[in-house]
Ligand binder design. Structure first.
Ligand SMILES: [Fe+2]
Ligand SMILES: [Fe+2]
Length: 364
């Protein structure tokens, strides 16, 4: 089993430096929403919108509109404060990945003053279908986002997958967002089994499996599934004993193609191992076939469900380090799927059946 004691020793001075950094707000000072904006600006290396500009965010390259060209569904990321009074005091701060009505309700019920999300916040979509401002104002909750402005600010995702990149391209093949790493494995990572074990330790996978087993038993639903376990690390091609030379690491949802893989293997012949993470491909995908044709092993690493660990926890640690007087909590989602026949309780299922058969299934 992989040991992290040496790595933690290496990381401890970094944490200590951060906690005692000159950028930190004194622990006894009243912290405001404006101080959280300043802290996010430190964390992102100055990428946050700090001044009013006309139009809003002008000239900030991290103000990015994301669109699949589906009418009415585009969203613009605005790193920094989304909604809230800059002068409001912040005693308790939450860090989450994606804002939902459940997160707003949890924040409201547990006295959270400010929530920092990694993924962009969308009016109504992030707030249960109702306008965001009125809903979060009700709970005196300030909302912040740092997405592309946070990406690339630490090397943790490659580190978790067992390598140190010596080539990073954020627009491989001219495709914006097609991020490619080519990395040298860490000394302790010799085989792809080491990568799988390392990821399992860092994602606390055995405990996640135990929690799922308890849920299945309590719900009497043996087919209940949960994202962290269902999308656990997996060997897509090769075997545990395959040696790791250089690692090619990419994110399949961003436009990476088999031709890209062939070119990178040509340019970096030491590549032995392909790692995909955030999203993954099925074993019959052309990318897996290409890896096999090139004699490469292929591993599916962390899924997007683990970005709360990869990016959320470092973000929370940095906010705590810069704002030591603030209580920081991490909001973690656990999405489960259950067959309709076993979902919830019998009373819930009876209620659903009653509403559906009485009101929802008539043609007229
Ligand atoms: Fe991200
Ligand atoms: Fe993400």
């Amino acid at each position: 089993m992989y040991s992290f004691s040496r790595k933690l020793t290496v990381l401890t001075p970094i944490i200590v430096v951060l906690l005692f950094s000159g950028a930190a707000v004194a622990a006894d000072k009243v912290v405001t929403v404006a101080d959280v904006v300043d802290a996010l600006n430190v964390i992102t290396g100055g990428r946050v919108i700090t001044k009013a500009a006309t139009p809003f965010g002008t000239g900030n390259p991290f103000v990015v509109t994301k669109s699949s060209n589906i009418p009415g569904k585009a969203i613009t990321e605005t790193p920094g404060l989304v909604v809230g009074d800059p002068k409001m005091q912040v005693r308790k701060l939450a860090v989450g990945m994606t804002l939902t009505e459940s997160e707003i309700e949890l924040a409201g019920a547990t006295g959270v003053d400010a929530i920092v999300l990694h993924h962009p916040v969308a009016d109504a979509a992030s707030s249960g279908g109702v306008p965001l401002r009125g809903y979060v104002d009700l709970y005196h909750l300030a909302v912040f986002e740092v997405h592309e402005a946070f990406h690339g600010r630490h090397p943790g995702i490659a580190w978790m997958h067992g390598h140190v990149p010596f080539k990073v391209d954020v627009a491989y093949g001219g495709i914006q967002g097609n991020v490619v790493y080519v990395g040298k494995p860490l000394p302790e990572v010799r085989t792809i089994g080491d990568i799988i074990d390392r990821l399992a330790v860092l994602s606390d996978l055995s405990r996640e499996k135990s929690i799922l087993a308890v849920k299945r038993e309590q719900r009497q639903s043996p087919n209940l599934n949960e994202a962290n376990v269902a999308a656990g690390p997996e060997i897509l091609s090769g075997s545990r004993d395959d040696k790791v030379g250089c690692v090619l690491h990419f994110f399949p949802h961003t436009g990476f193609t088999p031709a890209h893989m062939r070119q990178l293997k040509k340019d970096y012949p030491d590549i032995t191992t392909v790692v995909v993470s955030i999203s993954r491909v099925r074993k019959d995908d052309p990318l897996v076939k290409t890896a096999r044709d090139l004699g490469l092993s292929m591993v599916a690493g962390n899924s997007h469900a683990l970005e709360i660990v990869e990016n959320g926890i470092p973000l929370a640690c940095a906010l705590k380090g810069l704002l030591p007087g603030v209580e920081v909590v991490v909001f973690r989602e656990r999405v489960t799927s259950a067959p309709l026949e076993t979902v919830g309780s019998k009373a819930m299922r009876d209620y659903g059946t009653e509403m559906a058969t009485r009101y929802l299934m008539q043609k007229k």
